[in-house]
Structures are given as C-alpha cells and as structure tokens.
Design a protein around this ligand. Structure first.
Ligand code: 13P
Length: 254
C-alpha cells in the first residue's frame, strides 16, 4: 500500500497470555514477519512477559511496546512500573490512555499528558488513545469529546515530541464488540484529529503524526480501513492474540 506515512500496526494483548503462551505467539510472529520492513510492527504483551519476549524479538523488525507506564520516573509508587524499567527491557513504545484505563482506572487527560511527557523523556514513544462512547457518538458529540482528549492529553509536548508520538483513534463502541467503524467514519475522525493537531502543533508536525485506528480490526477489514488517507495503521486487540490473524492483518496491508 502506498502511503504518505509509514503504516504502524500494533497488537495490544491486554491482560491475556502467560509468559509461555506469549513466547509461543511471538515465536510464530517472528517466523512470519521478522524481515518485513514496509510496515512498523509493534507487539504489546503483558508486563510479566516483556523480559522473555524482548529476548525473542531482538534483531528482528518486531518492536516491543508496553501497555502502560507511571508518570513518575522512579520512587515510592507501589505497583507502578517506570519508564527506565521498560527501557532496560528494550521496550520502545507504550500505550497510554487506553479507554479501558480511562474507564476502569479513571485515567484523566491530564494524567495521560504527564505520562506522555515522562515517556518521551526516557525515549519511549507513546501511543496515545482517544475515542468516544456510543452515547457520545449518538448525541453528536464525537468531535467535542475527541477534540478535548487530543488537546488535553497531548498538552506539554514539544513539536519534536509530538511528531514522534502515535495517536490511536479507538471508538469505545467498536472495541471488542465486532462492530468496527466504517472506513468513512474512521477517515472523518482521523482527518478531524489531524486538523486539531495542526492547530496545536502546526501543519508540518500534523502531517508527520501517524494516527492508528483501533476497534475490531480483523483480517477482513484491515486493508479497507488502512487505505484511507489519514489512517496510518491499526491498534489491534483480539485479533492480535492469534498469530495467523495478526500476520494476515499485516500482510493484507503491504
Ligand atoms: P479489539 O481489536 O479487540 O476490538 O480491541 C481494540 C483495542 O482496544 C486495541 O487497543
């Protein structure tokens, strides 16, 4: 697929897989994808599997991501994990502000923006998630909600940091429901996000930022979604837990 920005496809395994299962899955992915260079590929296993998976992906084109990080660089924060501890395991990306964390851990835009800043300070690339609920979409509030999340979750980043940051548009109603946004719905919101990024960080930066779509991405719909001009990749949940379907998603887009 010929795109203005290089596609980035990430698998968010969420709270699934033991260490042994994670290693098996990543060994399968490595066999199929290790040498593919036309798409950036990221896998985000649970924290418990990062160390072992990190060893398996070294020397391949599979990048490692974490699913969360503390906003503090170190210290007395029981149960939290620091950027430096992720970097030690050669983690390069970190998912921030996923709707499940916004909903169940009450993460605010302000917290997400602090985490994004801390991530950049440690050379970790944040994947910052935004997206509206079904009720918000049905009451015509998609742009208001997503616009506010974009403004407040990315505040404080420099232009240099922003152009490296990945944004993931994940409509909450499409996550784990099998109900994906149409490619047109995705494109509309992605274009809106890019216009807001241009207001906040300037046109040049906005043109460089890669915006992933997430929410029931499957082998059957990935290519159509990613053919849209402002859709620069995918953040895949359920379908990334199975090697065949994740590989197919990636191969369908190259
Ligand atoms: P599903 O692909 O399972 O809908 O999950 C999407 C998601 O939340 C990725 O972060």
């Amino acid at each position: 697929m010929n795109k203005e920005r290089k596609l980035i496809i990430a698998g968010n395994w969420k709270m699934n897989k033991t260490v042994a299962e994670s290693c098996d899955l990543v060994a399968d992915l490595k066999r199929e994808l290790a040498h593919l260079t036309s798409v950036d590929m990221v896998i985000c296993p649970p924290f418990t599997a990062l160390a072992d998976v990190s060893k398996i992906v070294q020397g391949t084109n599979l990048w490692l991501g974490a699913q969360n990080v503390s906003e503090h660089p170190y210290g007395a924060f029981t149960g939290e994990i620091a950027t430096g501890q992720l970097r030690e395991l050669l983690v390069h990306y970190v998912i921030l502000g996923h709707s499940e964390r916004r909903q169940f851990q009450r993460e605010s835009d302000e917290l997400v923006s602090k985490k994004a800043k801390t991530a950049h300070q440690a050379s970790l690339i944040p994947i910052v998630c935004v997206g509206e609920t079904l009720a918000e979409r049905e009451s015509g509030k998609t742009e208001e909600v997503v616009g506010t999340q974009i403004k407040n979750s990315l505040t404080g980043l420099t232009n240099e940091e922003m152009q490296e940051t990945i944004v993931a548009y994940e409509p909450v109603w499409a996550i784990g429901t099998g109900r994906t946004a149409t490619s047109q719905q995705a494109q509309e919101v992605h274009a809106f996000i890019r216009s807001r990024l241009a207001e906040q960080f300037g046109e040049t930066v906005a043109k460089l930022v890669r915006i992933q779509y997430g929410g029931s991405v499957k082998p059957a719909n990935a290519s159509e979604l990613m053919s849209q001009v402002d859709v620069d990749g995918a953040l895949v949940g359920g379908a990334s837990l199975d090697a065949n379907s994740f590989v197919e998603i990636i191969k369908n887009t190259v």
